[in-house]
Design a protein around this ligand. Structure first.
Ligand code: ZNH
Length: 141
């Protein structure tokens, strides 16, 4: 459960990102593939070196989903259900990859927002994104 304060931190940060999902998402993926090259196996169809257009396009889709999750943070399970089916049944992304995405996302936030991204905001985002990852990985059987 997120406290009122945590919710406020999450929406406050999201307000700074909304409208810039593609560039932030592309940077997230660039960091993910560079820092954790094993994650690239899931994106083989993008080729050895995904180009900027592919990074922007997939990055945007991922962050738009995060935006929807922010909007419905009390109803994550309902709103993310189709995406959970996709990751569990079609993509079969190993759940150990989710913390890597979460970490890269926090680095993207910190590097852009700098001092604006407070310790409390990071804690709230970590908790929120972990909740998203729990939902996206709970249909694995
Ligand atoms: Zn994922 C896809 C989100 C994680 C891999 N994704 C996807 C999409 C989205 C997402 C929205 C799209 C869908 C459609 O189109 O329908 N993810 C997401 C999120 C997260 C994730 C939010 C966290 C938080 N993923 C992940 C991981 C991985 C992945 C960890 C690995 C590493 N995804 C993926 C893939 C895909 C996706 C491979 C497919 C792509 C294409 O299509 O191209």
């Amino acid at each position: 459960m997120l406290s009122a304060q945590e919710r406020a931190h999450i929406t406050q940060v999201w307000d700074l990102i909304a409208g810039h999902e593609a560039p932030f998402g592309a940077e997230l993926l660039r960091r993910l593939f560079t820092v954790y090259p094993s994650t690239k196996v899931y994106f083989r169809h993008l080729g050895d070196h995904p180009d900027e257009v592919q990074l922007l396009s997939h990055g945007q889709r991922m962050l738009q989903a995060v935006g929807v999750a922010v909007q419905y943070m009390d109803n994550l399970r309902a709103v993310l259900s189709p995406l959970a089916d996709l990751h569990a049944q079609v993509l079969r992304v190993d759940p150990t990859n989710f913390p890597l995405v979460i970490q890269c996302f926090q680095v993207v936030l910190a590097s852009h927002l700098q001092g604006e991204f407070t310790v409390e905001m990071q804690a709230a985002w970590d908790k929120f994104l972990t909740g998203v990852a729990v939902v996206l990985t709970e249909k694995y059987r």
